[in-house]
Design a protein around this ligand. Structure first.
Ligand code: HEC
Ligand code: HEC
Length: 383
């Protein structure tokens, strides 16, 4: 991830605020949450209608990833600074619309409407898809992507044992049961901070609540999973209050569950196991399926037993889009004999960020308001 990737975020960070009006009136405390669709928010959208805003950004990230470029490959170059410029129509946006129609038609006609052919299928990280047979790929070293959803099941790996070893590696179920909450302080660095560290707080409460507050120089950005719903409210976001949906909400749930991992195995009814290679090391991969779709993967170090990576796919009309959470720097909490990861790196098609804890208060009392729906933020663009 280099400058290009960072610019992807720069684009993502400065999206439209014409939508404020739409969102503001909608919120009643008790009524079920109504999530605005993308066409209520962005006025030039013609084809990708009927999906929530968070899903739309997964699609845009997929476009950038498929092209191996950033948002301004298709969008006007000033969109990086002026979010309203995302609405400027360009020849590449027109070309991309033709491609959306083409991909839909192929999937409809030959794959029963499932997103089997995606932008990435042809483009694979380049605006010019390869057309000629390649000896390099035919005879060269194969490249193994650990995140691939297709892998061979390995019957020698016992799922229960993998989870049991993980729990043991963290200190064992008895000790883990004594950890019911924690409040962490540390730093955040991401594309949006130009990789410079800014302060964060993370609040976690068993069994499955998590709030992260990132103190960006432009204001605080709050990301909440309350056990059922997930929101992001920050000045860098496209909306004052972004409600997460489908795969994104489930990823927030997994992330919160992984803080008190005794419940992680039960996140899905069924797992299948295989082996792959992650960072040059053999690892165990467990995959969960929901309604026939392979949606989540956990990666474990077979030696230490620790969880290294959590992967969750969001199903969009264009592709299954991955979000990855990497865990590192496991440290024991003093007095408890329980280990937690002090480093977490979140990778998305449009964003990458690393949290590094410096101080963790175990079992600190945490006000329930920390996990409540956050107040809408004032967007950067309004200031
Ligand atoms: C491959 C080309 C391509 C790339 C790369 C791309 N987009 Fe788009 N974008 C489109 C197309 C096409 C539309 C219109 C979709 C439609 O009409 O349904 C669009 C529409 C939008 C809109 C709606 C604009 C409005 O106000 O109506 C926003 C916002 C947006 N994109 C943001 C992004 C962001 C952020 C990124 C980078 C993460 C990105 N796009 C990358 C092609 C692209
Ligand atoms: C079946 C293969 C295939 C699929 C699937 C596909 N494309 Fe393309 N795309 C092409 C080819 C071939 C070109 C022409 C490349 C060239 O100019 O040599 C192209 C060109 C483009 C261009 C113009 C690039 C430039 O250099 O100006 C854009 C933008 C684009 N595609 C976006 C998309 C998007 C977005 C998707 C998914 C919705 C997609 N494509 C899916 C094959 C495909």
């Amino acid at each position: 991830m280099t400058v290009g990737a960072r610019r992807v975020f720069a684009c993502a960070a400065v999206v439209c605020a014409a939508c404020l009006v739409t969102v503001a009136g909608l919120r009643a405390q008790t009524a079920p949450e109504r999530v605005p669709m993308v066409e209520e928010t962005f006025k030039t959208v013609q084809l990708l209608k009927g999906i929530p805003v968070d899903t739309f950004f997964e699609v845009m990230g997929t476009f950038a990833s498929s092209m191996g470029n950033d948002c301004t490959f298709c969008h006007a170059s000033n969109a990086a600074l002026d979010k309203s410029a995302f609405a400027t129509q360009t020849p590449r946006i027109q070309r991309a619309r033709q491609m959306i129609t083409m991909v839909k038609a192929i999937n409809q006609q030959y794959f029963g409407g499932a997103p089997r052919v995606t932008c990435f299928t042809c483009h694979g990280g380049s605006n010019v898809p390869k057309a000629d047979p390649s000896f390099m790929s035919q005879y060269g070293e194969p490249v193994l992507d650990p995140d691939a959803r297709d892998f061979l099941t390995d019957a020698s790996v016992n799922v229960n044992q993998v989870f049991a070893k993980y729990i043991q590696a963290l200190g064992g179920a008895d000790k883990l049961a004594k950890l019911t909450s924690y409040a962490a302080k540390g730093t955040y660095s991401g594309f949006d901070t130009d990789r410079s560290p800014v302060p964060i707080e993370l609040y976690a409460k068993a069994p499955n609540q998590e709030t992260v507050v990132v103190h960006l120089t432009i204001g605080a950005s709050t990301r909440v999973f309350d056990g059922t719903n997930a929101w992001v409210a920050g000045p860098e976001q496209p909306l004052p209050l972004l409600t997460l949906t489908s795969g994104n909400i489930d990823r927030a749930r997994l992330s919160a569950l992984a803080n008190f991992p005794v419940g992680l195995q039960k996140a899905y009814p069924q797992w299948r196991a295989g082996r792959t290679i992650l960072n040059d090391k053999d690892v165990i991969v467990l995959q969960a399926t929901v309604n026939g779709d392979r949606v989540a993967q956990l990666f474990f170090d077979p030696t230490s037993g620790l969880l290294l990576r959590l992967l969750r796919f969001t199903i969009t009309p264009i592709a299954f889009v991955p979000t990855q959470l990497d865990y590192a720097d496991y440290r024991e909490l003093p007095g408890l004999g329980v280990k937690i990861p002090f480093q977490r790196t979140l990778t998305q098609t449009y964003m990458q960020m690393t949290l590094q804890f410096t101080d963790v208060q175990a079992n600190a009392p945490i006000d329930a308001a920390r996990f409540a729906k956050p107040a809408p933020a004032k967007l950067q663009s309004e200031k």
